[in-house]
Design a binder for this molecule. Structure first.
Ligand code: GTP
Length: 598
């Protein structure tokens, strides 16, 4: 089709408002994917994604659509990840489009992520088509939500499409509206090649597969391309379109969306947001907006069994081929032995990597509590970045510590404003702004240390608002705080992975709560185990685990052998995720205790 008949669009929505369901219906109704070939939710094709019901990595699909007048179109849908950890990827995929469907659940209304994504879409100058989804639900109130979107976002919703992705209502209207309202790409085929990478993944046999949108020029098999940010050059082995399975074509032109394979060794060579150009006729300037994804959250990963260290390294190297944001370096801990300090975009990213290591690589790991990156100004004038509390320079050597702050926006029904303000204050949030976005819902803005948000903040937000509040955050920069390091001693030995950096005013409370929690989590032994929290050499809280007397098996009555076996098996399973620290067995939960203090 000519470039005038191409439409590139994406779907933006808050989690669970029905983005994937709608994408599926669009693919089905254009005959791109037959219903019977359709695994549930074609675009979310990672197993983990399907299980968790969220989109992590984005994908793309090309559809053919013949409109009501008989004119054929080529529609490229570029999916966006649905989680805050991946907002940079959302911004890159939006930059590859001319339009976006804004999907809002007609029973729920605008949520924090809806707003964040709309702002990203507006920044990329996209034509936005509002879609009110889930109108089949008894609680749906499209009229109210229509007004809400107009008031909050200032978007004209008089032509908003009423839709039920589940029942297939409104799908044709959406396709017609894409064709009519989303502008076609500009025809800049004559200019030097510039293509924007919005996704990439590592294929064992073909190397990295890069998904991109050609913004200017053209690209074909045999071309030598350069990735402008990494500077790496490769000869293109294959170009193609995503229909949605990969289908090779001869050449891709300005306005088109597709993939290329070029035996690229690692996704770090061809990162999301980078610009592809031709080596012999280079573009003058890369496309705007490239950022290297920087890890914000770090934790230690240690094999339970020291023999698995080499396997862990290999698994991390493999995952990194496919995940440019994942960082790791070897770490040695006096308590834990050899492991790796790993960096992630956020907590979800951390969870996913951990789960994949255990599931796909069969590793048995102990994960230490996540930490942010502190910036330490030392007395000697040097500045040290520290992502590991136990490596914080000594009190005498440091002048001040800075920590990362985020701007956080909470959207909540007005009944929960009080309890959410309390939550933000407990987490050292500085109040910035509150406004009522409708009669019943408010937006609260705080500046808050990222370190206070890592952990159970999101769970707390949900539980204190009965599930009704939503949030969105972005990192704003570093600020000085009065921070101290709290060390934990178990059986008189410092357990370095349990060290935490906390605000001075909270140190005593945290010390007390943490020692109490550890007392509950660490199993009793035959001897007494003291647990202490210290700042420097000063003990600020202490507890003790009393020695165990009874034999566990004594619980079994009458020598019932199956019960006995069960109990022993249960114990063995419990044991798997334990690390011996000195003479004490410390379970995985204890390393995460700091995240769930009462
Ligand atoms: P992420 O992938 O996390 O971004 O979520 P999503 O926005 O893609 O949501 P998804 O399509 O997975 O839908 C979330 C839930 O809403 C699923 O249980 C769907 O079955 C349901 N759902 C989606 N569309 C409709 C609809 O029109 N009506 C009803 N009743 N349920 C729907």
């Amino acid at each position: 089709v000519p470039v005038a008949n191409i439409r590139n669009f994406s779907i933006i929505a808050h989690i669970d408002h029905g983005k994937s369901t709608l994408a599926d219906k669009l693919l089905q109704s254009t005959g791109t994917v037959l219903a019977r070939d359709m695994k549930e939710q074609f675009l979310d094709n990672m197993d983990l994604e399907r299980e968790r019901g969220i989109t992590i990595k984005l994908q793309a699909a090309r559809m053919r659509y013949v409109d009501k007048t008989g004119e054929p179109y080529c529609l490229n849908l570029i999916d966006t990840p649905g989680h805050v950890d991946f907002s940079y990827e959302v911004s890159r995929s939006l930059a590859a489009c001319e339009g976006a469907l804004l999907v809002v659940d007609a029973s729920q209304g605008v949520e924090a992520q809806t707003l964040a994504n709309v702002y990203l879409a507006l920044e990329s100058n996209l034509e936005i088509i509002p879609v009110l989804n889930k109108i089949d639900l008894p609680g749906a109130d499209p009229e109210r939500i229509r007004k809400e979107i107009e008031e909050i976002i200032g978007l004209d919703c008089s032509e908003a499409i009423l839709c039920s992705a589940k029942e297939g209502i409104g799908i044709v209207e959406i396709l017609e509206s894409i064709v009519k309202k989303v502008p076609p790409p500009k025809d800049t085929t004559k200019e030097p090649l510039r293509a924007l990478i919005f996704d990439s993944y590592y294929d064992q046999y073909r190397g990295v597969i890069v998904y991109f949108r050609v913004m200017d020029g053209k690209v074909k098999e045999g071309d030598v391309v350069q990735f402008m940010a990494s500077g790496k050059e490769y000869e293109v082995g294959e170009v193609g379109v995503l229909s949605p399975v990969q289908m090779p074509v001869k050449e891709l032109f300005a306005g088109e969306v597709g993939y290329l394979a070029a035996s690229i060794r690692s996704v770090a060579d061809a990162r999301v947001g980078d610009t592809i150009t031709l080596s012999r006729v280079k573009a003058e300037k890369a496309l705007p907006g490239y950022q290297e994804a920087t890890p914000m959250v770090f934790c230690g990963l240690f094999p339970v069994d020291a023999d698995q260290f080499a396997e862990l390294r290999e698994a991390l190297e493999r995952l990194q081929l496919n995940d440019a944001a994942l960082q790791f370096e070897p770490e040695t801990s006096s308590a834990m032995g050899f492991g790796f300090r790993c960096g992630f975009l956020g907590l979800l990213h951390m969870d996913i990597v951990q789960e994949r290591l255990e599931r796909e690589y069969n590793l048995n790991l102990i994960t230490t509590a996540p930490s942010v990156v502190y910036r330490v100004h030392c007395v000697d004038g040097s500045v040290v970045e520290c992502s590991n509390p136990s490596a914080l320079p000594e009190a005498g050597k440091r002048k001040e510590i800075e920590e990362p702050y985020v701007r956080i926006e909470l959207l909540t029904p007005k009944d929960y404003i009080g309890s959410l303000m309390e939550l933000a204050q407990e987490r050292r949030g500085e109040f910035k702004e509150m406004k009522f976005i409708t009669e019943n819902r408010a937006s609260l803005v705080y500046s808050l240390p990222l370190g206070e948000m890592v952990g159970d903040f999101f769970d707390q937000l949900k539980s204190r608002s009965k599930g009704y509040a939503s949030m969105e955050y972005s990192v704003t920069g570093y600020k000085e705080s009065k921070l101290v390091r709290l060390d934990i001693l178990i059986n008189e030995e410092i357990v370095d992975p349990l060290a935490v950096i906390v605000h001075r005013d909270k140190a005593y409370g945290v010390g007390r709560a943490l020692t109490q929690k550890l007392k509950k989590l660490i199993p009793r032994q035959l001897f007494k185990i003291p647990i202490q929290a210290c700042i420097g050499s000063k003990v600020i809280a202490s507890e003790a685990i009393t020695p165990m007397r009874k034999d566990v098996l004594a619980k079994c009555y009458g020598g019932d052998i199956t019960r006995k076996k069960k109990l022993l098996k249960k114990q063995a399973e419990g044991k798997k995720r334990m690390k011996s620290v000195g003479r004490v067995e410390v379970p995985q939960d204890a390393f995460m205790a700091i995240l769930r203090l009462e």
